[in-house]
Design a protein around this ligand. Structure first.
Ligand SMILES: *Cc1c(COP(=O)(O)O)cnc(C)c1O
Length: 373
C-alpha cells in the first residue's frame, strides 16, 4: 500500500456542497450586520431546541460557559456536591468548581466508558445537588437510572452532551433528559461551528428565563438588570454557520456511524483490542472512535511512523490531574478511569474520510498486531 498521511481529524466538504452553503450563510450574516444576538441566533436557538426535542435552547459562547450557566440556572452553588465522571474532558469538572460547588468523582462503566446511575448512587451524600452524566465519545448514557435517582434524592440532572449531539436514548435525543443540559459547538464536535460556541437546553421555563438573562449580563431588557450575569453569547456568524450544519447533522452522524461500522467489522478479534461497546437502548454518534489495548503507546508510535495520527481521550483522569490534587485522591482511587486512561486510543474518524485513508489505518493496525500480537 502506498504511504499516505492520515490526519486524526480533517474538515472535509461532507456532504458535498456543505462548505459552500456555510460560506454563503456566513457572508449573508456578515452583510446583515446584526453581529450580536442577531436574528440568526434566535432562529438557530429554535431550530436546535426542536432538534433536541426540548422547549428552549440558549446560545452561549462555548461549551464550558454552557455548563457554568446551566449549573447556575439550576441553583447549584457554594458547598453543593455535584457528581461527575472521573473520565471526562476537564471542562465538566472545572464548571462545577467555577460555580463554587464541589466535584465528586465517580467511576465510569468499563464497557461503555460512561457514568452509570449505579456508580453515581454510591457517591450520593446529603449535600449532593446534581449529577452530570457526560455522553462520552458520542454514546448516550443510560438515562432511566439517573432520572430515578433524581426523583428519589431530589437531585438535578445536568447533561453534558458536548460530544453527542444527535445521539439517542430509547429513541429520544440526548440533551432532552436533564432538567437542563449543556453542549459545545467547538469546531471538531459533531455539530461544530467555525469557532467557539455552545448552548444551554431546557424545557423548564424558569431555568430558561434565568439562562436568557444570566448569559447576557443579567439583563431582562437592555440596561435593566435583574441579576448579576456574565457575557457569554453565541456569535451571530457562528449561528449562521450552525444553522446549515444542523440541517446536515443526521447525515454527518450517519457517516460517522458508517465509518465506525467499518472499523468495528475489520478490527474484531485482533490482538487484545477492546472495541467500543454500545449499550442497549443507546445510540452512538462516534464523536470519538475509542479502542483499547495494553500496547497503546507502542501502537500509537507505530501508527504515527506510518503517517497515521491518533489521539488519546484522555491521558490523565481527573483525579490524577495536578489541578485536582486538592480533591485528595491518589493512584488507585478510580481503577477503571485509570485503566481507560492507560489503554485508550482514538482512531481517525471524520465525515468525508476516504476509503483509502481508512484502509491505511486498518492495514497498519493489522501489521502492528501481527508483529506484536
Ligand atoms: C468539548 C467539551 C466541552 C467544552 O466545550 P468548549 O466549547 O471547548 O468549552 C465540555 N464537555 C465535554 C465532554 C466536551 O467534550
Amino acid at each position: 500500500m502506498p504511504f499516505i498521511q492520515v490526519p486524526y481529524f480533517s474538515f472535509r466538504d461532507f456532504p458535498v456542497g456543505i462548505d459552500c452553503q456555510v460560506e454563503e450563510a456566513v457572508l449573508r450574516a456578515v452583510r446583515g450586520q446584526q453581529y450580536i444576538i442577531g436574528e440568526e441566533v434566535s432562529v438557530f436557538e429554535s431550530e436546535f431546541a426542536a432538534y433536541v426535542q426540548a422547549d428552549t435552547a440558549i446560545g452561549v459562547g462555548n461549551g464550558y460557559d454552557a455548563l457554568v450557566v446551566a449549573l447556575k440556572a439550576a441553583g447549584i452553588g457554594a458547598g453543593d456536591e455535584v457528581i461527575v465522571p472521573a473520565n471526562t474532558f476537564i471542562a465538566t469538572v472545572n464548571a462545577v468548581v467555577q460555580v463554587g460547588a464541589i466535584p465528586v468523582l465517580a467511576e465510569p462503566d468499563r464497557h461503555t466508558c460512561n457514568l452509570t446511575a449505579a456508580e453515581a448512587a454510591r457517591r450520593i451524600t446529603p449535600r449532593t445537588k446534581a449529577i452530570i452524566p457526560v455522553h462520552l465519545y458520542g454514546q448516550a448514557c443510560e438515562m432511566t437510572g439517573f432520572l430515578r435517582l433524581a426523583e428519589q434524592h431530589d437531585l438535578t440532572i445536568v447533561e453534558d452532551f458536548a460530544q453527542a449531539q444527535g445521539a439517542r436514548y430509547k429513541g429520544r435525543p440526548v440533551g432532552s433528559f436533564g432538567r437542563i443540559s449543556a453542549t459545545s459547538f467547538y469546531p471538531t464536535k459533531n455539530l461544530g461551528a467555525l469557532g467557539d460556541g455552545g448552548a444551554v437546553v431546557t424545557s423548564d421555563p424558569a431555568l430558561a428565563a434565568y439562562t436568557k438573562m444570566y448569559h447576557n449580563y443579567g439583563q431582562q431588557q437592555k440596561y435593566y438588570n435583574q441579576l448579576i450575569g456574565i457575557n457569554s453569547r453565541l456569535d451571530t456568524l457562528q449561528a449562521a454557520a450552525l444553522r446549515i450544519k444542523l440541517q446536515h447533522l443526521d447525515a454527518l452522524n450517519n457517516e460517522r456511524q458508517r465509518l465506525a461500522q467499518v472499523y468495528l467489522r475489520a478490527l474484531q478479534g485482533i490482538g487484545d483490542l477492546v472495541l467500543p461497546i454500545t449499550a442497549p437502548d443507546c445510540t452512538h454518534v462516534y464523536h470519538i472512535f475509542n479502542i483499547r489495548t495494553k500496547q497503546r503507546n507502542a501502537l500509537q508510535l507505530y501508527l504515527s511512523e506510518q503517517g497515521i495520527q491518533t489521539a488519546i481521550h484522555y491521558p490523565v483522569p481527573v483525579h490524577l490531574q495536578e489541578a485536582y490534587t486538592w480533591l485528595g485522591h491518589k493512584r488507585g482511587s478510580f481503577p477503571v478511569a485509570e485503566e481507560l486512561a492507560e489503554t485508550s486510543l482514538s482512531l481517525p474518524l471524520y465525515p468525508g474520510m476516504t476509503e483509502t485513508e481508512q484502509k491505511a489505518v486498518l492495514a497498519a493496525i493489522h501489521t502492528f498486531f501481527e508483529r506484536h500480537g
